[in-house]
Each structure stands twice: as structure tokens, then as C-alpha cells.
Design a protein around this ligand. Sequence first.
Ligand code: MN
Length: 702
Amino acid sequence: MPSIDSLAERLSTYLGPDQVNLVRRAYFYAEQAHDGQRRRSGEAYVTHPLAVANILADMHMDHQSLMAAMLHDVIEDTGIAKEALTSQFGETVSELVDGVSKLTQMNFETKAEAQAENFQKMAMAMARDIRVILVKLADRLHNMRTLEVLSGEKRRRIAKETLEIYAPIANRLGMHSMRVEFEDLGFKAMHPMRSERIRTAVKRARGNRKEIVNKIEESITHCLEREGMQGVVIGREKHLYSIYQKMRGKRRAFNEIMDVYAFRIIVDKVDTCYRVLGAVHNLYKPLPGRFKDYIAIPKANGYQSLHTTLFGMHGVPIEIQIRTREMEELANNGIAAHWLYKSSEDEQPKGSHARARQWVKGILELQQRAGNSLEFIESVKIDLFPDEVYVFTPKGRIMELPKGSTAVDFAYAVHTDVGNSCIACRINRRLAPLSQALESGSTVEIVTAPGARPNPAWLNFVVTGKARTHIRHALKLQRRSESINLGERLLNKVLTSFASHLDKVPAERVQAVLGEYRLEIIEDLLEDIGLGNRMAYVVARRLLSEGNDQLPSAEGPLAIRGTEGLVLSYAKCCTPIPGDPIVGYLSAGKGMVVHLDSCKNISEIRHNPEKCIQLNWAKDVTGEFNVELRVELEHQRGLIALLASSVNAADGNIEKISMDERDGRISVVQLVVSVHDRVHLARVIKKLRALTGVIRITRMRA
Ligand code: MN
């Protein structure tokens, strides 16, 4: 059990006697203030602030941080006023305590929820004096270490908050050791079974790896000795939570992750780092493209090191980090490593400290610029969580999505029904394509329509699993019902020509045919027909029993209504529109493709009743159909605008326009126009003909 005396002794290794005494005074003050209070574990309350101070002492923090650690729960838990602390311990310490208390009152439910205000407070506190956050992190670390006494629900809430808020902050401030401890403790509390399973597996793997690890370590040490360089070689292991995340995120097997051998070489100075790098590259072949020089170009949080990967004996991959002792200290404790508060104000802070301060300074400026807290919070979150985007619902709720998400992902994140009936979106109040990647801070509004259905093209751009699964599911259902519908019409058409109908076929006969095809229900058979996997003609003959192999005599065409959906498409080669003579080509698995009767692409199978069927257009056919027109006309100014307004005047819609040739006098313009039918097309063409200078208009077909 650590005591104030043992702490004071440790402190005297790096603090002056006056400063150590101030820390002692703060301890005794806290002990009195918390007198009679106990922690959940039954210990006297003051053991908690003492433990927090010990964590900060491990990082060699200054005396004011340690005093604030001792007093951090006094304002919150004992009702002593900030002013009392000011008169006892001075402005700086009371400000620190006040800052930590304000952070304590915040509740981070999830990182995505609207805690803009809270985040802002935290950032403000950090910006004013970054020691506030260091004390808060130490406080959280001790609470995580003693989490077991809490109830399951509270434990999980705190662990989740630690993983989502505190671990990223520690990471951002370069405090690797703290981040690792946050993550492993948080993981253990959230998923005790998984954590335990990975821990046991690591332990087992460690035994198996021991021999190879020793061999590699020896060979590197020998190599350094041979070259006359000083360096300590340390084997390293991934922490449990990072193994778990790799297994989950990258779907890698445990053995695959453990198959990498990782070492760190700690040397005296920067120059030696590069020489050691040369030596190990000589020892084992380096893997191309894996070398990273974070000494010359440090990471955003100040991290410095050389990274390389080597092919060891028998091809085992060996990851090597090379750094100086100072860089190692920095990598572990980040901003806390080079605590410079004691040095004079005008001295330039360096390394990770300078970078972290710069980041915090940036936050403060941002906060002043942003004006509203939601905008501000977005910026801070982008910084802490670069792989996510944060967007707002029209009501101001924050939604967290993976980077690259689109409005469709957003719609499905709001609700499955919203996703399924989504037809358009407004981003920051402007209509935008559904496929556009969302940017953090945008407000997204989804326009829905009753009866709307997911579009198969969405699958090309959605990134979230939820959107993908639901679109697939909806399309499957839609496709099935449409296929059944088309299949029934196709089958009845043939049956009618045999003077029969599906309703008239005896149930036993239907069952017998289903049995032959190894199908359960009639819908499965109809779906197969609709999808083009089975010929209606063949099925009809089986249903009407054998012996009846006369070709149907008066086979009437099937009417196309334009509402068949996914199982019916219009051939791109000849673009038929209502009014054109048409024929249907059944393509296995895809359903029916409608061609012009005269289309060259089907001329060879045109009269094969198993592949092509007669079609005509239903009287009430609906929809818009694209046709391509080629317009030759004398070149004139503003010609595209003229064409567009003529098409418009005839209620047509231009889908695509391109100018192909231009020899100075004659222009050739290709137009894709959507129309309702042939009559409509004739009206469009008439309007175009009326333009001066038009020489010829041709409808294009293969
Ligand atoms: Mn506390």
C-alpha cells in the first residue's frame, strides 16, 4: 500500500524539498477533507488521490500537477470552495483542481452523441493548462485499475467511455503506455471472456515462440557488438486489445498476427539509429516498402523512431523499431515526458511537447473561429477520430459513420425504412447525389417517398455493412415477387394458347411437375420462369402432361406494362419504346430483355420459341424510355441551347448530349432523349425539324 512517505521519497529524486513539502501539505489537506469517506472497495477515500499522484509521479510530472491530483476530488466531493483552495495553495493549483472537477462532471455516453458542450469544456480546459487533462487521465487510469468493485452496468459504461474518449486522447497526446493500459483494461471490462481467451492464447504462443525470439535477439545483439555499437535489444508483444482489433477489423487469424516477431533497439543517439539500421539490413534482407523514417518526419503526436521489417531465417517476418532512449521515453509518456513548466516561458518547448501544445493551441483557435459548439466539436472529433465522419440530422442529432459513407449509408443508419424508401437527399439544404461521400459537419436530410424501393446501383457506393445488407435483402424480395409475377404471366400466356390456364391445371399435376423439378412450391417454379431459368413453353407442356407436343397454334403476344421491375430490361442496342414492334429474349438468371423486332442482335434466334417470345405493349404502359437521335444541322451559335429548348417544348427530357463532328459548317449532335412512346417521339422530332438549319434527324438503332 503506497503511503505519502514513500511517494515523498520518490519525488525527492526529481523535485526540490520545498516542492515535495507542498505535495505533502496537499495530501494532508485532502485526507482531512475526505475524512470519513470511503471508496467502494472500503478503503479510505484519500488512497485514491494518492494513487493518482503516484501515477503522475511515474511520469515525473511537476509538483503543481501532483498537488492538483491530491486535491482533485475535494471541490466535487466535499463541498470545499475553489476560493478556499486558492488561499491555501495558490491560483494555479486551484485552477487545475477546478478544471479537473469540471471534466469529472461530464458524461461521455458515446463519442457520437451530442456532447458538443462537454467536449468543448474538455478542450477548453486542456487549452488553458494541459496539466488538467493529464491529471484527469491519471484519475481515470486509477479508476480503471480499480473497476472491479463496480456493478456490471456502471463498469461497462466507464470502460466504453474510456475506450472511446480517453484512449484516443492519450494516443493523440503521444502517451502510449497509458493508451495501452486504457485499452487493455477497457477491453477486459467490456469483453471479459474474449480478453481472457486472447490472454491465454498469447501466453501459449509465447512459449512456442521463445526459441525463435531468443535466436533473433542473439543474432541482432551479436551484429551490434561486431559493428561496435551500443544498443539494447528488447522483444515486444502486441497488447491484447490491438490483437483483438486486428482480428476483428482486418479479419486476420490469431496465428497470423502472432507470426510476426517484433523487436525494439534502444541506442544512445540519433546518429546510431541510422547506423544500426544499416547493420540490421545487412544481417537480414529488408522487406521493400516497409521502411519508415519517423525520426526525420515525426508523427503528429511527436512520436519518433525508425521502423523496418526484415525477412528472418526461414522467412519469418521481423519488425524492428530503432530509437534513442529519449525517443523511447517520449513514445511511452508523450507530452508528459518532457515536462517543461519549470523552464522559463520564452524557452521553446521541443519534441512531442511542442507538437501537443500546438495541437491544443489549434483547438483553441478553432473554437474561437467556429463560434458554435457543434461545429467546434466536429473539428476536434475529426482530429481524434480520423476514420469517422460526423454528420447531423436536420434535428441536430450527431450520426457517426465510417469515412466514405454516403447519404444512403446515413439513411440506413437512421432507420431501415428510411433507407428503403429513400429517393433523394439534401446536404446542407441543397439537393445532392445520393452517392456523394459525406463530409464531417454536414447536415443531411433524406427525402423519402412511400413505395420507393432501393436501387441496385446503390450497392456500388455504400460503405456500411448495414446499408449493404438491407439493400440486398430488399432487392432480393423485390426481385422474387417481380419474377413470380412475370413468370406467371409468361406461363399463362403459353397455357392459354393450349386453351388452358394455371387455375385449370389439376393440383396433383402441378405437384407432380414440382416434384420432377425438385421444387417445393409453385412460386419457386414461377420465379424460375420469370428469371429466364426455365422455359414457360416447356413447363406448360409438362403441366398439360405428355403426349401433347403440338406447337401452340394461336399464341397471342404478352403485353408489356412498363412496371415489371428488375426482371425486365430494355436492350441498349436498339432502345425500344412503346409503339415499336418488339420481341422478348429470355436470358437465364436475368429475366427478359426487350428488343426491337428488327434488332440485328437477335435475328438468328428471332423465331426460336424457346428463346424469344412475342410481345406487345400494354395500352396503359407507363414509364420513360430513352432513344438516341442523331441530328445533322448547320452550325450556328447557341445551337445546344436551341436543341434543348425544342426538346423541352415537346415535354421531352434530354438525358445526354454530345457534339460529334464539326467541319465548320455542319454539326452532328447525338441526343439521348427520354419519351413516353412513339407518338411522343414523333412530337419531339417535329419540334426539332422546325429549327432552322436542321438537315436530317435519324433515330439510332443497332
Ligand atoms: Mn477521482
